[in-house]
Design a protein around this ligand. Structure first.
Ligand code: AMP
Ligand code: MG
Length: 717
């Protein structure tokens, strides 16, 4: 039975939804597809398989006796019995120093075991005629990795011993070097320098978990516990078909299509080679080439052809990707193919993104009394860059989820199952990067820009960390495949203009999230629920991506100093806050200490000059003997007065931050510890105020830099 078809978007334009919302829909519907399959065999015992990168369908446990399967020596040396040493130790401890010096701790060598030997006939039960002292301590020579015979329980390294060759009737002996006797007696206990049976991998320990991706170390673990490649059950790889659509396409690698097809108006089909190989790098599916269909084939013919491959009993496919023919043009018939021709349901048909707006997601369900089944369809735009970006953003997490499945008790409800599937689905690894040049923002849609990344070591006062810069891959036109070349991630830029983020140009130095393209990113720990990208869903949740910080600086002094006298203060501030790309001083004022100082300071902070600044610095130069003394510098005592004036005008007082600032300033200049720092918000919480001395200013600014994101995040936008 074919489920009822949903309306076509050409008839009733579908809402344009944000990409994170689209991704949630995809993950939800993928989880539903998995729900329908639950309990059915989704694993296959492998034969001659390549395990690496595949996902285990079952827990694999180490059979008895685990690893190693014999007690083995970790050193070249002699296997001994610790009970012999206990007796010797007692005797030794009772000796006086003179006797201890003369004492010899020796052992009869009763055999030799090399790595690879069975322990063979080595035993301490020797009855042959050469065995003169049956009560003597015994030892067996062992090499690293050799079996330690059962009658011994510790190894003494060769370095602590000397060999005494056979002498007449006497068997060869090993003697502990006299200077080592004390330490050998003290430190040799059961299992010293030995690996016991199963000590590395005890029997029954899980060496490969259900749902775990097989890595090189699993290959080693399986080998150690003696489990063959063919014995591992793997999760089935979803089969993904890729079809290109369009009258204009020809296949470059098909010799028969030749030059005649390369006439005007024809273009090579690049989406199939691009997407089929892109999918194969994911390692989470079997890509299947479904060729090209032309627009003139007509929707019924195309639907029949695709239905046949989709539902083939043996070789059916789980996910179908088509490119092209999904916009609003006269020849764009793919939605009709999937909805009218194949009974699909459209879940979304327009994405609020550039590139990739017409991306459409469809599910096709078939129910019968015995079984239910679902296919997932991504109808992607024709331009190669759009098709590739949408595959990365939507198809990749979907395939990862399909392949790994949802780890949940089969008794849970469908709702819980789906909720879990969505929440725990793995998505792209993310990081924040600053742009290296201005970017004109698209006024219509958020943009997923292909970027190169550059990692920079940031050396802070007491901590180092990495920061990233991003530069785009050139013209971002959706037909320009070169814009994909070398890209390390997709930078998520907000929509520009008044209906978007509020500004038209993202300035050099602004930070934005980047979704990483790395080949291993989907096995990252980033869950959909925790991802930054998901947080960008609601426009009002879009973080206020800051342009440069705009600073207002008020210098408090006791003479008629001019602003220019304090140039070094401005320079220090800007440099410590990350340079001119990150911050600029937009207001510079000097406030003289006189009878009306308190009112003046108050009026300056709440008045028009500071209207649009993000941070107001009130700097109180501290040392009267400093080189700028003509400019009327003031003392720490005055600093305290300033703090008393400022505290009452704060909307919120940030004591903890003030303490951080003071500590950091003092670590640079101990005198700064005397200063009463003030940090808080002013102007109805729209701006941060920081009062500090010029002593240790660099340290203070660096501390502020680390703390600012938290404070600015709480400001009114
Ligand atoms: P469509 O969505 O079918 O209108 O296609 C949008 C643009 O992408 C058109 O310029 C198509 O020629 C181009 N295009 C569609 N499919 C492919 C393909 N497989 N390879 C290269 N370009 C394509
Ligand atoms: Mg087309």
């Amino acid at each position: 039975m074919v489920s009822s078809a949903s309306p076509l978007k050409a008839n009733s334009p579908l809402p344009m939804i944000p990409v994170p919302q689209a991704l949630e829909t995809v993950l939800k519907e993928t989880s539903r597809a998995l729900w329908l399959k639950r309990g059915k065999t989704s694993s296959a015992p492998s034969s001659h398989q390549q395990l690496l990168g595949r996902v285990s369908a079952l827990d694999v446990k180490a059979p008895s006796p685990g690893y190693p399967n014999h007690n083995s020596s970790i050193m070249d040396g002699y296997a001994v019995k610790t009970s012999d040493l206990t007796t010797a130790r007692k005797k030794y401890d009772e000796m006086d120093e003179a006797h201890k010096e003369k004492y010899r701790l020796d052992f009869v060598i009763v055999g030799r075991v090399y790595a690879g030997d069975h322990d063979g006939d080595v035993s301490d039960e020797r009855n042959d005629s050469s065995w003169s002292d049956s009560n003597h301590r015994k030892a067996a020579y062992v090499t690293t990795g050799a079996v330690v015979p059962d009658c011994f329980d510790a190894v003494i390294p060769i370095e602590d011993t000397e060999y005494l060759p056979q002498n007449g009737e006497n068997l060869p002996k090993m003697q502990i070097i006299p200077s080592q006797v004390e330490s050998v007696l003290r430190f040799t206990t059961p299992s010293t320098w030995m690996r016991r049976i199963g000590c590395d991998i005890p029997p029954e320990s899980v060496v490969l978990s259900r749902g775990e991706t097989i890595q090189p170390m699993h290959m080693a673990l399986l080998a150690q516990v003696g489990i063959g490649v063919d014995e591992v059950s793997l999760k089935r790889l979803p089969r993904v078909g890729v079809v290109s659509t369009g009258n204009e396409l020809f296949t470059t690698y098909d010799a028969s299509s030749g030059a005649t097809r390369q006439s005007q108006g024809m273009i090579p089909d690049v989406n199939r080679p691009l997407l089929l190989s892109q999918l194969s790098t994911y390692g989470s599916c079997i890509p299947i080439d479904l060729g090209i269909v032309t627009d003139d084939d007509g929707f019924e013919t195309i639907a029949n052809r695709l239905n046949n491959v989709l539902w083939d009993e043996k070789e059916g496919i789980d996910v179908l990707i088509s490119t092209g023919g999904i916009s609003m043009g006269e020849k764009d018939i793919m939605e009709r193919v999937f909805v009218e021709g194949m009974g699909g349901n459209v879940h979304f048909g327009r994405l609020d993104m550039k590139p990739g707006k017409p991306t459409t997601f469809i599910t096709i369900d078939r129910d019968s009394t015995e079984w239910q089944s679902r296919k997932l369809v991504f109808a992607l735009p024709g331009n190669p860059v759009s098709a590739s970006v949408c595959t990365e953003l939507l198809v990749r997490p979907c395939l990862h989820l399909l392949h790994h499945g949802v780890e949940l008790s089969p008794r849970s409800s469908q709702e819980t199952f789906v909720e879990n599937g969505v929440r725990n689905a793995r998505v792209h690894e993310e990081l924040m990067a600053t742009i290296t040049s201005d970017i004109v923002l698209d006024q219509g849609r958020p943009e997923y820009r292909r970027v190169f990344l550059n990692r920079i070591l940031y050396k802070g006062c007491d901590q180092h960390h990495y920061t990233y810069t991003a530069s785009d891959t050139g013209v971002q036109r959706s037909s320009r495949v070169l814009s994909l070349r070398g890209a390390e991630g997709l930078m998520v830029l907000p929509r520009g203009g008044s209906s978007g983020c509020g500004y038209d140009i993202a300035r050099k130095g602004t930070e934005f999230p980047v979704l990483l393209y790395s080949s291993s990113s989907m096995s990252s720990e980033t869950r959909f629920e925790d991802s930054m990208h998901r947080g960008l869903w609601e426009p009002e949740q879009h973080p206020r991506f800051r342009q440069k910080l705009e600073l207002g600086v008020i210098i408090v002094c006791s003479s008629d100093a001019a602003v220019n006298d304090f140039q070094s203060i401005f320079t220090t501030l800007i440099t410590s806050l990350g340079g001119e790309n990150k911050a600029s001083v937009v207001q510079r004022l000097v406030c003289r200490i006189d009878d009306v100082f308190a009112q003046k300071l108050h009026a300056t902070i709440s008045g028009p000059p500071m209207e649009n600044v993000d941070i107001i610095f009130v700097i109180i130069p501290a040392d009267p003997r400093a080189k700028n003394k003509d400019s009327g510098l003031i003392s720490f005592k005055s600093g305290l007065e300033v703090a008393n004036i400022l505290c009452p005008i704060l909307s919120k007082n940030a004591h903890a931050m003030a303490l951080q600032v003071r500590k950091s300033a003092a670590s640079q200049d101990p005198l700064a510890a005397l200063f009463e720092n003030v940090v808080g918000t002013v102007r109805e919480n729209s701006c941060v105020l920081i009062a500090c001395s010029d002593r240790g200013l660099e340290g203070a600014a660096v501390a502020i830099k680390g703390l600012l994101p938290h404070v600015l995040g709480t400001l009114k936008v």
